[in-house]
Design a protein around this ligand. Structure first.
Ligand code: BEZ
Length: 202
């Protein structure tokens, strides 16, 4: 059986779990929960990934896969699910990269508060990360809505998990303001069984 090294709070791990559910492969992967951080990586993450990050997918036959974009692409190919449709693969990958970049910045903001000693925290750096989040949100609202409203694909899954993470960790920043189309899309997307089943808590 494959093993997914991860943590339910991570939006990158959620993306993989949503992909597993959407492609009907959830029973083929065992979850190995790792409490990990950049300064104190969990032994499971260190063993699975030289970059010491989650998620990593350990396969009985074949190399361990990372990062999340490699894993989602692999799971899609494994199930022949068509969530990276060849006819628009560059759009799907760019949308996924936009969502992943948003997640990266949003997670780094959380780590800045959690991992760095208070007297070493730098407000300008946190603001710059939020600037990246806003840049991605504005691009989604202005350029990606028609793609988001189309047939399900891996880019949409990534955006759903990215917005879910903003609600989870940055709710006070009110990402919805001035982005009504994205807000409406996310309200509907969040109702998918795969999203409800992977909602982060705690
Ligand atoms: C979080 O708690 O926000 C988190 C945990 C693991 C990876 C990324 C984020």
């Amino acid at each position: 059986m494959m093993q997914l090294v991860g943590n339910p709070a991570s939006p990158f791990v959620r993306k993989v779990r949503v992909m597993l559910l959407e492609t009907g492969q959830e029973d083929e992967v065992e979850m190995i929960t790792a409490a990990t951080s950049p300064t104190n990586p969990a032994p499971e993450a260190v063993a699975a990934n030289p970059i010491k990050k989650i998620p990593a997918l350990i396969r009985p036959e074949g190399c361990t896969l990372y990062d999340s974009r490699v894993i989602t692409r692999y799971l899609d190919a494994r199930a022949d699910a068509g969530l990276y449709k060849e006819t628009r693969v560059w759009e799907v990958l760019t949308l996924e990269a936009t969502a992943d970049g948003l997640m990266d910045a949003a997670v780094l903001m959380v780590y800045e508060g959690r991992v760095r000693p208070e007297n070493m925290q730098y407000e300008g750096w946190i603001d710059a990360q939020w600037g990246k989040v806003e840049g991605a949100l504005d691009a989604l609202e202005s350029r990606w809505m028609s793609h988001l409203r189309g047939p399900l694909d891996a880019g949409q899954i990534a955006v759903g998990c990215a917005l879910g993470y903003l609600d989870f960790r940055h709710g006070e920043r009110n990402w919805r303001k001035g982005r009504g189309a994205l807000d409406d899309w996310f309200a509907a997307f969040s109702q998918r069984e795969s999203m409800v089943a992977t909602q982060p808590a705690g």
